[in-house]
Design a protein around this ligand. Structure first.
Ligand SMILES: Nc1ncnc2c1ncn2[C@@H]1O[C@H](COP(=O)(O)OP(=O)(O)OP(=O)(O)O)[C@@H](O)[C@H]1O
Length: 262
């Protein structure tokens, strides 16, 4: 007997279209986007510059309304306003400079009037997870770029979102820090079992992180291919570099590059 596992869909996008209207012109940004994001998956969105990746993330985050189509969160029409269930990590960190790292991470919890004891436990848990326990009293300016991004991830996770949205979060980091951050995020994803939605233009990054890879066409952005990859489950901690030369990795990389460039 075939057993079918009905996985929970955190996000469903149905026939989503987006046209930006400016004073001088219309920009047809997204065309008929149909996407299902399963709980616990790590979705990576890849595509040429200007294809609408950030627009897609902004719609899921609630920063942008689609022109038409439906977006569901846990099967229900999504609130048109951003909320803590959809936490965003941007390319440039958005930590408050006047708060220390602990205060930044506990900010959302404080707004929700979570007790001091629970706030302390939660902040400690996530600062430990991102390796910043020693820096809880530091100001954001005292941290390196990679550390600031780790603090931003801890801040989002502390709010216990349904989905973590990341818009090219490592785009401004040097190559070695970027590689370490990829390892960190994959480890965090495995530990938290959270659902991630991650935008990148780096094919190798998508392969090292994505269990569900979404490839988009040039504008107007359409989904031209979706792939389900075993790679992030298989890579052992610290083994990314070795994995890049594996046959599965090289074949998938070639397939994606061909899709994007043709
Ligand atoms: N607020 C806006 N008003 C008008 N046009 C916009 C607006 N935001 C984005 N666009 C246009 O919509 C298209 C998609 O933009 P978007 O930023 O979503 O693409 P992207 O794939 O994330 O690009 P990149 O990889 O270069 O960051 C682009 O042509 C962009 O110029």
């Amino acid at each position: 007997m075939k057993v079918t596992v009905n996985k929970t869909k955190v996000i469903e996008m149905k026939h989503v279209e987006l046209t930006y209207e400016t004073d001088s012109r219309q920009v047809y940004a997204l065309q008929n986007i149909n996407l299902e994001i399963e709980e616990g998956s790590f979705v990576c969105v890849l595509g040429p510059s200007g294809c609408g990746k950030t627009s897609l993330l902004r719609i899921i985050a609630g920063f942008q309304q689609p022109t038409s189509g439906d977006v569901l969160l846990d099967g229900k029409s999504m609130s048109p306003k951003p909320d803590r269930h959809r936490g965003v990590v941007f390319q440039q960190h958005t930590l408050y400079p006047w708060l220390n790292i602990k205060e930044n991470v506990e900010f959302g919890l404080k707004m929700r009037k979570v007790s001091a004891e629970e706030r302390n436990q939660t902040v400690k848990h996530y600062l430990d997870m991102v390796g910043l326990s020693q820096f809880s009293q530091s100001a954001p300016y005292e941290l390196s770029g990679g550390m600031k991004q780790r603090a931003s991830i801890a801040r989002v996770l502390a709010n216990d979102p349904r989905i973590v949205l990341m818009d090219e979060p490592f785009g401004a980091l040097d190559a070695i820090t970027k590689e370490q951050m990829q390892e960190n995020v994959r480890k965090i994803w495995k530990e938290t079992h959270k659902t991630f939605f991650f935008i990148t233009h780096d094919v190798e990054e998508a392969l090292l992180l994505g269990t569900h890879i979404v490839v988009m066409s040039a504008r107007p952005g359409r989904i031209i291919k979706e792939m389900h990859s075993p790679i992030p489950y298989e890579i052992e901690e610290g083994q990314s570099r070795k994995y890049r030369s594996s046959e599965t990795f090289i074949d998938l990389r070639e397939e994606i590059i061909n899709l994007i460039t043709h």
